[in-house]
Ligand binder design. Structure first.
Ligand SMILES: Nc1nc2c(ncn2[C@@H]2O[C@H](COP(=O)(O)OP(=O)(O)O)[C@@H](O)[C@H]2O)c(=O)[nH]1
Ligand SMILES: [Mg+2]
Length: 207
């Protein structure tokens, strides 16, 4: 994102702030905005791993599944000019183990949902419809949902083809992408896609 000029030039001084790129609200500014994305899906599909890869650039194969970080926040650049901006992405996977007690607060303030399944576990794909029911029941009606097939690195163990995954996504009326928690660019691509959809839909609702 280019910005216009040096850092110093961005300092606002009343009356002399000559250049204003748009008439958008301040939370639409190039450096503004906070977006909350929750990761849902069966246990073991890689939600915590995706979150840690995104926030820390780390992957650990032998981390016990029950021990994990549930919440991370990290800046990400999304969108295309003139709407490109840096957004603070808040990722949360809480609600799996503690599901019943926190279910409504977990979903309530989410802007987006990453609906994660495991490409090596067809059962995790079949269970997505029940997760989607929860999303529709508890999340905001404007929530954006992206379906993600994780563990694409496990080529030999893969049991869900692109075609099957795309067909399921089509049935849900969702976009589908694949990723691997070992492969940072693929994780960024998924989160960037969802964040972009969230910003686009927020903008449309405003106009
Ligand atoms: N090979 C591979 N293993 C993964 C991937 N994502 C997660 N895992 C492993 O799958 C297991 C469950 O991951 P975890 O993130 O705890 O799943 P969660 O229960 O959905 O949070 C762990 O052993 C991870 O190391 C991936 O993309 N590729
Ligand atoms: Mg987890």
């Amino acid at each position: 994102m280019g910005g216009c000029g040096s850092k110093g030039a961005q300092t606002r001084s009343p009356g002399s702030s000559g250049i204003k790129m748009t008439n958008e609200r301040s939370d639409e500014s190039a450096s503004g905005g906070k977006v909350k994305i929750i990761l849902v899906g069966a246990g073991g599909v890689g939600k915590t791993s995706i979150l840690l890869q995104f926030s820390d650039g780390l992957f650990s194969a032998d981390r016990p599944p029950t021990i994990g970080v549930d919440f991370k926040s990290q800046d990400i650049k999304v969108g295309t000019p003139p709407f490109a901006k840096t957004v603070k992405l808040e990722l949360d996977t809480a609600g799996q183990e503690r599901f019943r007690s926190v279910i409504s607060s977990f979903f309530r303030d989410a802007d987006g949902v990453l609906l994660v399944f495991d490409l090596t576990e067809p059962q995790s794909l079949s269970s997505l419809d029940s997760w989607l029911v929860e999303v529709r029941k508890h999340a905001s009606s404007t929530v954006e949902v992206l379906m993600v097939g994780n563990k694409s690195d496990l080529v030999e163990k893969r049991k869900v083809s692109d075609e099957e995954a795309q067909a399921a996504a089509e049935e849900f009326g969702l976009k589908m992408l694949t990723c691997s928690a070992l492969d940072r660019p693929s994780v960024i691509r998924c989160l960037g896609t969802l964040a972009t959809d969230i910003l686009d839909s927020k903008r449309k609702r405003r106009t």
